[in-house]
Design a protein around this ligand. Structure first.
Ligand code: 3H9
Length: 706
């Protein structure tokens, strides 16, 4: 008997003495206002109805409940609030059972914790991931979890935001029963009927006793506080989580809930919450390129990689790790052996760390094949070229691929700068050519720029997105230009950093300011890590086409001329004594900088860290706007995801374009115009930025309309 037969998101049905409450709110049963209302009404109905002796809450589809509806955050609240719903569930006079399959995350787990009994089946993911969104569990999670599983385990779960499996949740005491079948409804009903038969009482988590050892609980809080202060540099919510869990130990339940609510609302108001939630949606939106909507991917069973250098080997490892076979092509046996050795080195590293066994490595390597003949690629579905960064070398490789590859094979280049339209135009099947720009180390870095040349067919683009999914990479669609999205913008803010260095800021101050902003490394540390010779080669390549009136800072060239290429040569902008990876400032570099300032006729001046970041970010945002204006990136969020996944942009700031919106585009434009007084050629405001400011619009408006 269905008690509310409307197409409701929460339905109620009496199954014997058990009121079955089903949340059916695609895609993930998020706790939107309708769901909250439905849950509240269901509990009230259960309390009022004599025929009901127990309540069973389940989720329809693939999940129990994925949490609060993230899209509601930042909007005016709609009652009933989730804490009120959870409290009402817990107060129910009849036993309430939560039967969990798929995700029970955030508010979803909090609903389950408010129930009196919990069951989960294989494949369930239980967690409180609010910290990853700049929040804390705000519907009793910080109060009920420690009461149920103890302070230490609760802190670990909430501060990491990780997911626990059903089996682990059972061991932790987060659930009461593990259901061994996949039929969540049958498992849940059986459990509810069993509880009824045993006259199991209403059992409220608020009364659970896992905090009874007060001293041990407080010690866990003290340890977590000290570690969190060290680890979560710049993040707002982690220390609030520790405060809320401390309140669970020190205060009565209702007081603790009040503090949790207060801290939760502070987190909701923080710009970090907005940045992290922007990142959450942006990383899902990037998957929706126009071509992935309109076209089906081609088959992807056999992959070829041309080139066994650092990049080619890294790509091959990424492909092998995805369970696919790889055929590697090199020009001679020696180079091929080196390519294989590069791959084996990665796996040997894992073996040394105990993360892989020798047998597993041997098994993976059976999927690797090498050849010095392009003919070995005849049956490959997709080939990635990763040879020397030179257009004529690349064209020669593509001529070979054109000759040997089967019809319909996708032919990809891993170039970081070169004109992919020109490569495509040089062969007989330009519609099959695409750019796949991996970032180094290719088996680790998550970003994959999918570079879409003019003539490529839509299903080739869709295939590239499919490959990214198989490789567990985050793809961003980019157009063809020098540097695509990421490296093009990088070149500009690097120039801004160089100019500040020549004008008086030390590279060490600039790096420190950039780190304080939230990047893991500053720009000069990045040069030292990547190798100064790479940028030097690019600068030499561009020298002929560089605007002679544009400012050109030569400091990096002076270091390269001395063979100071960074970590690999023991010195670059920093000194790396005896292979050390953390550099020390180098007085000789400072002397070279002084000499260069003198040569350029510059009287050094001081910069505050804030001035440094204003310039650094204005350069990044302005070039991001240019990239959008020219259609190289389709939406601001594509630029954001590029920087979050490829360049260490602090996630809690959401990406450069989101950050620009946070600061205010008028402020950014005013900065650019002020800086332009010194160097009008470099600081030319992007037409898109000017247009947005004139219209009173922001980048977010372009995300919605694209
Ligand atoms: C919270 O609960 C706060 C409370 O403590 C206190 C409140 C007072 N809301 O990831 P997918 C969308 S904070 C709205 O591709 P999967 C997602 O955008 C929340 N929408 O699927 C996508 O939309 P579209 C704590 C959501 O199978 C679609 O669902 N919870 C939400 O790979 C499919 O998502 C979390 O942080 C949401 N909560 O993975 C969990 N979740 O199709 C966040 C997803 O338009 N969610 N969407 O692009 C997840 O981790 C994954 O989505 C999940 C499924 C594992 C559930």
């Amino acid at each position: 008997m269905t008690l509310n037969p409307s197409a409701d998101v929460v339905t109620r049905e009496l199954r014997g003495k058990v009121l079955l409450v089903t949340i059916d709110h695609a895609p993930v049963n998020a706790l939107s206002a309708d769901v909250r209302r439905g849950l509240l009404a269901a509990i009230e109905a259960a309390d009022a109805d004599k025929a009901v002796e127990a309540v069973l809450i389940v989720g329809a589809g693939r999940n129990f409940i994925a949490g609060a509806d993230i899209r509601e955050f930042g909007k005016p609240p709609v009652p009933p609030s989730l804490p009120d719903v959870c409290n009402r569930i817990e107060a129910c006079s009849k036993p309430v059972v939560a039967a969990i399959h798929g995700a029970a995350l955030g508010g979803g787990l909090e609903v389950a914790l408010a129930a009196h009994y919990r069951l989960a089946v294989n494949g369930a993911k239980l967690g409180l991931p609010e910290v990853q969104l700049g929040l804390l569990p705000g519907a009793g999670g910080t109060q009920r979890t420690p009461r149920l599983i103890g302070a230490q385990a609760a802190l670990e779960l909430i501060l990491s935001g990780r997911h626990a499996s059903a089996k682990e949740a059972l061991a932790l005491g987060l659930i009461d029963r593990f259901g061994s079948s996949d039929d969540i409804l049958a498992e849940g009903l059986a459990y509810a009927h069993e509880l009824l038969a045993a006259h199991a009482p209403v059992r409220r988590t608020r009364d659970a006793a896992a905090l009874s050892d007060r001293a041990a609980s407080l010690a866990a809080v003290a340890t977590a506080r000290a570690e969190t202060a060290k680890k979560s540099r710049g993040l707002f919510s982690p220390l609030k989580i520790v405060d809320a869990v401390e309140a669970a130990i020190e205060q009565p339940f209702d007081e603790g809930l009040r503090l949790e609510r207060k801290l939760f609302l502070e987190c909701i108001d923080s710009p970090q919450r907005a940045g992290l939630i922007h990142a959450f949606f942006a990383e899902r939106e990037v998957l929706k390129a126009p071509e992935t909507r309109d076209a089906k991917p081609r088959a992807l069973n056999k992959i070829g990689v041309v080139g066994g250098g650092t990049m080619g080997a890294g790509i091959a490892v990424a492909v092998l790790d995805a369970g696919l076979p790889v055929t590697m092509i090199e020009r001679d046996d020696e180079s091929l052996a080196r390519g294989r050795a590069h791959i084996e080195k990665v796996y040997d590293g894992l073996i040394a760390k105990g993360r892989m066994s020798a047998e597993e490595k041997a098994d993976v390597m059976t999927r690797w094949q090498g050849s010095t003949s392009y003919d070995a690629l005849a049956d490959a579905d997709l080939v990635i070229e990763a040879v020397f960064e030179d257009l004529s070398v690349k064209k020669a490789v593509f001529a070979e691929l054109d000759r040997v590859c089967k019809a319909g094979a996708v032919l990809a280049t891993n170039t970081s700068y070169l004109d992919i339209d020109a490569i495509a135009a040089s062969i007989s099947r330009p519609a099959d050519v695409i750019g796949l720009h991996f970032f180094s180390p290719a088996n680790i870095m998550k970003l994959l720029e999918v570079v879409v040349p003019k003539q490529v067919s839509a299903d080739v683009v869709a295939t590239a997105f499919e490959l990214a999914k198989k490789l567990r990479k985050t793809p961003v669609r980019a157009g063809v230009c020098d540097g695509f999205i990421g490296n093009r913008v990088l070149a500009v803010y690097r120039s801004a950093a160089d100019a500040m260095m020549e004008d008086g800021a030390s590279p060490y101050q600039i790096d420190a300011a950039v780190r304080a902003f939230g990047f893991p490394m500053g720009p000069f540390q990045v040069v030292d890590l990547a190798g100064g010779d790479i940028g030097w080669a690019a600068r030499k390549r561009r020298a002929a086409t560089r605007n002679p009136n544009a400012r050109y800072v030569q400091i990096a060239d002076r270091l390269c001329e001395r063979g100071w290429f960074g970590q690999k040569t023991g010195r670059g902008f920093y000194l790396y004594p005896e292979g050390s990876r953390s550099g020390a400032p180098d007085p000789e570099v400072e002397a070279i900088i002084d000499a260069e300032r003198e040569r350029a006729g510059i009287t050094p001046r001081t910069f505050t860290d804030e001035e440094i970041m204003r310039r650094y970010m204005a350069a990044m945002i302005n070039e991001g706007a240019n990239v959008l204006h020219e259609g190289i990136a389709l939406r601001p969020l594509d630029v954001d995801v590029t920087f979050l996944y490829g360049y260490g942009f602090p996630r809690y700031r959401g990406g450069p374009m989101k950050y620009a919106d946070t600061v205010g585009l008028a402020t950014v434009l005013a900065d650019i115009r002020e800086f332009a007084k010194e160097d009008p050629l470099f600081w030319r405001a992007s037409p898109l930025l000017v247009d947005l400011v004139e219209r009173g619009a922001n980048f977010a408006s372009l995300n919605q309309s694209a």
